[in-house]
Ligand binder design. Structure first.
Ligand SMILES: NC(=O)c1ccc[n+]([C@@H]2O[C@H](COP(=O)([O-])OP(=O)(O)OC[C@H]3O[C@@H](n4cnc5c(N)ncnc54)[C@H](O)[C@@H]3O)[C@@H](O)[C@H]2O)c1
Length: 256
C-alpha cells in the first residue's frame, strides 16, 4: 500500500464501525497519516471516540455539514492543531427515508433540498475550507459515490440525482483547485451494508444481485474501497484528478 507517513488528514462520515469512512480512516492510519475525525453530532460522539482511541493521536471533532458555523469552527480547530492539511475524505450522505422508497416522482422540494445540501453541497463547503490548508502540499480530496448517480437503481431515487450532482461537483472542483495542486476524485463504491445503505428500501436484493452477476461474482469489501482511497490520496495517484473510480467488483460494466 502507498505510504502516507507524516501526512495530515480529515475524515468526515464515521458513524460506527461499519461506516466506509471508518474503513478508510483505519487504512489511512495504517499508511502513516495522522487524522481528525469529524462526526455528525452528539448521538455518534461516544462511539466515534471509542473507535478513534485505536488510531494514532486522532483529533475527534463535531461537525454537522449543513451548518457553516460548525464547518468554520472545525477547520479552525484543525488549523490550530495541525497547522496544515494534506488529505480530506468526504463520506457523508443523507436523504429522508420516505424519499428512498417508491418512485422518484414523489420527491418533495424539501426532501430534494435536504439530500442535496447534506450529500452534495457539503463537498464544496469542505473543499473550500480545506484548500487553503493544503497550499503547497499537493493536497488530495476523495468523496464516495454510487452507480445510482449514473443509472436508475430502484428506490435510490433522490440520492441517485444527488450522486450525479456530486460527481459533477468533483469535476468542477478538480478544475478549480488543480492550479493550486489540489486533486479531487470520487470512488464509486459497490453496495456495502452500513447505516445509510440500510435506509434504501430493498438494499439486500441489490447485494444479492451484485454477488450473482458482477464480473468478480461477489460484493466489494470495505477494505478494498479503503485501499483505493489510500491510493487516490497518495502520491501514487498524483496524475489523477476529476476522476470517478469504480470499486465495485466490475458491476458497472454490465449492460444487462
Ligand atoms: N454503503 C454503500 O453501499 C455505499 C455505496 C456507495 C457509496 N456510498 C457512500 O458512502 C458514503 C458513506 O456512507 P456509508 O455507507 O459508510 O454509511 P454511514 O451511515 O456509515 O455514513 C454516512 C455518514 O454521513 C453522516 N452524515 C449524515 N448527515 C450528516 C450531517 N448533516 N453532517 C455530518 N455528517 C452527516 C452520518 O453521520 C454518517 O457518518 C455516503 O456518501 C454513501 O452514499 C455508500
Amino acid at each position: 500500500m502507498p505510504q502516507l507517513d507524516g501526512k495530515l488528514g480529515i475524515v468526515f462520515g464515521v458513524a460506527n464501525k461499519r461506516s466506509l469512512a471508518w474503513a478508510i480512516a483505519r487504512a489511512l492510519d495504517s499508511a502513516g497519516a495522522r487524522l481528525a475525525l469529524a462526526y455528525q453530532g452528539e448521538r455518534f460522539e461516544k462511539g466515534v471516540r471509542e473507535l478513534a482511541s485505536g488510531l494514532r493521536n486522532a483529533l475527534v471533532l463535531p461537525c454537522d455539514v449543513t451548518r457553516d458555523g460548525d464547518l468554520d469552527s472545525l477547520f479552525e480547530r484543525v488549523r490550530s492543531s495541525f497547522g496544515a492539511l494534506d488529505l480530506a475524505v468526504h463520506a457523508v450522505a443523507y436523504a429522508k427515508p420516505e424519499d428512498l422508497e417508491g418512485g422518484y416522482l414523489a420527491t418533495s422540494r424539501e426532501g430534494f433540498g435536504l439530500a442535496h445540501d447534506v450529500s452534495v453541497y457539503s463537498l464544496t463547503a469542505i473543499a473550500r475550507r480545506a484548500a487553503p490548508l493544503m497550499e503547497g502540499r499537493e493536497g488530495s480530496i476523495v468523496t464516495l459515490t454510487y452507480l445510482g448517480g449514473e443509472r436508475v437503481v430502484p428506490n435510490y431515487n433522490v440520492m441517485g440525482v444527488a450522486k450525479a450532482a456530486l460527481e459533477s461537483s468533483v469535476r468542477y472542483l478538480a478544475a478549480d483547485l488543480g492550479p493550486a495542486g489540489v486533486r479531487v476524485n470520487a470512488i464509486s463504491a459497490g453496495p456495502v451494508r452500513t447505516l445509510s445503505s440500510a435506509g434504501v428500501s430493498g438494499f439486500v436484493g441489490i447485494l444479492d444481485r451484485v454477488a450473482q452477476s458482477a464480473p468478480l461474482r461477489r460484493n466489494v469489501e470495505p477494505e478494498e474501497i479503503a485501499e483505493a482511497a489510500v491510493f487516490l490520496l497518495s502520491r501514487a495517484a498524483r496524475g489523477i484528478t476529476g476522476e470517478v473510480l469504480h470499486v465495485d467488483c466490475g458491476f458497472h460494466v454490465l449492460g444487462v
